[in-house]
Ligand binder design. Structure first.
Ligand SMILES: Cc1cc2nc3c(=O)[nH]c(=O)nc-3n(C[C@H](O)[C@H](O)[C@H](O)COP(=O)(O)O)c2cc1C
Length: 271
């Protein structure tokens, strides 16, 4: 089995790198593990040209996008390890996620592979967006998130003292024992698709997960998630295809129809 470990910290010998090496050193012999350092790849910001969608071209920006995606996708599973920066993921991971439209072609028609996310945070209460955004990244790259947790540590190496370190080994075992199966109905304090603990209020006892749009019904001991909704979340291959075909691709003809109106408005506003 091939597992890629994507290390999203630019800090050399930092906590994310140490956790990656910890997994590598403790791996069973029959595992092939590759550490992928995000810092080794140049990823430039998407400029919204849309050529990847409307002209079905590869991204024309000259950077390491496809080299990196090859490293990420050419595995049976992925472990993402990222530091928390200002409550959430470091900017470069978001820059990579912004290339989602170009990446879609690479994952389309392929079944989701398992992934886990390990967030590194300081041992204080400054991390709430970290796991949901790490998992948003994984979902947008076509993975199924099968575990997600934080390990706490501020200075380099501090994570080795955190008791959550033991979860790392357990989590790798989840990958080894993973068998693809549908979600089942459950009551949970977090969204089973992306581990988000924040919910958008709809009405009454109805909420929904903002990351994957799965409805969540508030109960005394958590939220009720129905399996028909869990298996129909925003990031399923079918719903992604629908999103591309029924919205993104149609935005071109819609925009062309709106052009005269936009032209007049620009003239009126002297823009
Ligand atoms: C720019 C910056 C912002 C940070 N913001 C947070 C934060 O909001 N919450 C937090 O828990 N830790 C924050 N930290 C601390 C790092 O998450 C922590 O030191 C972590 O261990 C770094 O992982 P690394 O060694 O793999 O880079 C921040 C660190 C930096 C450099």
């Amino acid at each position: 089995m091939k597992i890629g470990i994507l290390i999203a910290s630019h800090r050399k010998k930092g906590n994310s790198e140490i956790l990656g090496k910890f997994i590598l050193n403790n791996a069973e012999n029959n595992l092939f593990i590759k550490l992928i350092y995000l810092r080794d790849f140049e990823i430039k910001q998407c400029n919204g040209c849309m050529a990847c969608v409307f002209k079905k071209k590869k991204c024309t920006i000259e950077d390491d996008l496809y080299k990196l995606m090859d490293e990420i996708l050419n595995n049976d599973a992925l472990i993402l390890i990222a530091p928390t920066y200002v409550l959430t993921i470091p900017g470069k991971l978001k820059t990579l996620m912004d290339k989602f439209l170009s990446i879609y072609e690479l994952i389309k028609n392929k079944p989701p592979k398992p992934a886990i996310s390990i967030g590194v945070a300081s041992p204080i209460d400054y991390y709430q967006f970290q796991l949901p955004f790490m998992n948003l990244f994984l979902l947008s790259m076509g993975f199924r998130v099968i575990d997600s947790f934080l390990v706490f540590g501020a200075g380099p190496g501090e994570v080795l003292l955190d008791e959550n370190l033991k979860r790392v080994k357990e989590s790798v075992n989840k990958i080894l024992n993973y068998k693809e199966k549908p979600f089942v109905s459950c009551i949970s304090k977090f969204c089973p698709v992306d581990y988000s603990t924040f919910f958008e209020y709809i009405e009454g006892n109805k909420y929904r997960c903002p990351i994957c749009l799965t409805p969540a019904i508030l109960k005394d001991d958590g939220f009720y998630f129905d399996e028909k909704d869990l298996n129909n979340h925003r990031w399923t291959r079918e719903n992604l295809e629908k999103h591309f075909d029924e919205w993104i691709l149609k935005t071109l003809s819609r925009f062309k129809k709106l052009l005269p109106q936009i032209y007049n408005k620009k003239k009126e506003l002297n823009l």
